[in-house]
Design a protein around this ligand. Sequence first.
Ligand SMILES: [Cu+2]
Length: 309
Amino acid sequence: MFSGASNMVEGVDRAFAFIFITAIVFIVGITGFMIWTVIRYNEKRVKKAKQFTGSNTLEIIWTVIPLILVMVMFYLGWIGFAPMRNVPDNAMKVKAIGRMWEWQFDYGDGKLAKELVIPVNQPVKLELFSEDVNHSLFIPAFRVKEDVVPGYDNYLWFTPFYIGEYEILCTEYCGLMHSGMTTKTLVKSQEDFDKWLSELPVTGIVPDHAGLVLLKNTGCIACHSLDGARLVGPSFKGLYGKTQNVMANKELVSITADDAYIQSSLINPDGQVVEGFNKGLMKSYEKELSNEEIQKITEYLKTLGIDQQ
Ligand SMILES: [Cu+2]
């Protein structure tokens, strides 16, 4: 009955329809009763007004019926609203930025767009950020609307069901050009979306790889260069996957710089010292770096590895 362009339509429309129909029944009923009363008890028909006070039956009826009605409204509202705050794990994340007076969508890795482009039948989570004042992102066809407030990390999510074009509006008065703060959602097939994203030019800032951030924050690059230059320790450039000679237990052995080697070099640096470099200059990072962080560093080193040169 309430199928629509997104998975949120059913819940919202059901609650809306119930409240709307209830309101119509009451407005017609009450107005009709008033008109009927005015005619039926007109002075010409009823000369003398009757006086009466109190009716337990009436009191119960007009307490219980509205109570049931508002509880049903609450229930329908709740079952429509609760899923909106429960984002599925497989949702695609897009950062939606509101500023006076435009929307911008950040797909990561410096890829920015003025229109929201998303694949059909894929849950999408919009992470809402404002750069200036309060805005509100509203996509009427999908029945989603959330405030976009500076300093408050809000979000919304939905799954679009049909390929097509849908309006996006700002519904929080945000200044002179508020009414012009509109854009479009383009729902595409997964194939078309992938093509669009791969062709989207990089116009924003590309954030550092998480592994590089760790190398910088831990001070690694003070002694290990990223460009092949020889510093206190061997350079990270071309390191991953390289076969090299190391001193291990006072013996020169040949090893390949793989995940295990990087892990052991961080935890026990003097265990395998690259030929031509000195022992005792690097401390153990066992306590400073978690296994997960070491993995991120390894992932980054792979991007500088020999295959990449
Ligand atoms: Cu706005």
